[in-house]
Design a protein around this ligand. Sequence first.
Ligand SMILES: Cc1ncc(COP(=O)(O)O)c(C=O)c1O
Length: 373
Amino acid sequence: MQQVFVMKIPLASPVFYSEMKKAAVDALCSERFVLGESVFRFEEEFARYCGVDYAVSTSSGTSALRLSLLALGVKRQDHVITTPASFVATANVALHANAVPVFADIDIKTYNVDPELLEKKVSGKTRAVIPVHLYGFPAEMDSILEISREHGFAVVEDACQAHGAEYHRRKVGSIGDVGCFSFYSTKNMTVCGDGGMVVTNDEEIARVVAKLRDCGRASHYEHDILGFTCRLNTVNAAIGRVQLRRLEGWNERRRAIAKRYGVLLSDLDEVVLPPNGGSIVKPVYHLYVIRTRFRDELKAWLEQNGVQCGVHYPLPIHLQPIYRKLFDYKEGDFPKSELLCKTALSLPMFPELEKQEIEYICEKIHEFFGRQT
Ligand SMILES: Cc1ncc(COP(=O)(O)O)c(C=O)c1O
C-alpha cells in the first residue's frame, strides 16, 4: 500500500533559545522585578533601532495605544479614525479614552486604510488617526501625514504587526507623532509574554506615557495624573533585548520566505498574493496572507494535510458583536474590509520555516486547485 506523507507545519513558531533563558534568569536574580535596569536598556535600544528619541515600554500593545491617545489629550467625544480591518484593540483604545472610533475602509490591494476614504471621515471632532501597518505591510504614510497636517490631528501608528518594516527607509512607528508596538507571543519579536512599546520624538508625550503606565507617579507616593499599572516586567524586557538583536535577521528570512511563496503560487488565478515591497516600502510579513474566494475550503484542505492556517480576521471590527451593539453597524458598511475578512488566509510564516515545508504547502495548494506544480 502506498504511504501518504503528511507534514505537520504550524502557522507560527515562537522561540525561547538558551540565550533568552539566560537573560531572563540573570534579570530575575540580579534586578528589581519591576522597572529593573533591563527595562530602561530595552527602551534605549528599541528607540535607537526605530531611529527615535524616546521609547517607553508598556504591558501590551493595547496599553501602548491607549496610553498614547491619553497622552495626546484625546478625550470624551473626540473622534479617532482607524480601519475596521485590524485586531479589535485598535478601535477599542478609542473607546477606552472615552472617544468615538470612526472607521474608514481599506484599499484591498494593500489591506491598509485608503487615504481618500480616510479624508472623507475627517470632521471638526477628529483628534487622531490610527493607521495600521497590517500584516507587516506599511500603510501609505505620505498621504496620511499630509491629511493630518492639513486638518491638524495626530497620527498614532499601530505598528503592532510591523516591527522593523520600513517606509522611505524609515522604520514604521517613527513616522507619525507616536508609534505603538506589541510583543505578543506570535509577533516578529516577542518578550515571551505580553508587552508593548510606545516610540516618539516628542519628549512630553514620552514623559506622560511613562507616568501613565506607572500609576501616574510624580514621586514614589505622589500621583498627579490618573495613571494605570501598565509596566513591562523586567524579565520580559531582558528577553526582549535578546530578541531585538535577532529581529533584522528574522525579518530578512520572512522576506525570503514570502518571495518563495510568491514564485510558487504566482500561476494560480484563484489566488491573490499579498503586496510586494519596492523602493518605498519594505514589509516584514508578520503574516503571509493570500486571498481566495475558496478560503474556507482551502483552509480545511490544508489543515487536513497538516498545514496549520489562520484567518486574520474572521470579522472586521465594525461587525464584532460589541461594535454592532454600540453603533448599530451592519454588513455592507465597509465592503472592502468585509471582503478581506471573507477571503483572507494566513499561510505558515516564521523564520525557521524550511524550503521543503514551503514547497509542500504550495504543492498542496496546487493540488487543491487541481493543478500540478
Ligand atoms: C494590529 C494590532 N493592534 C493592536 C494589537 C494589540 O496588542 P496586544 O495584544 O499586545 O495588546 C495587536 C496584537 O495582537 C495587533 O495585531
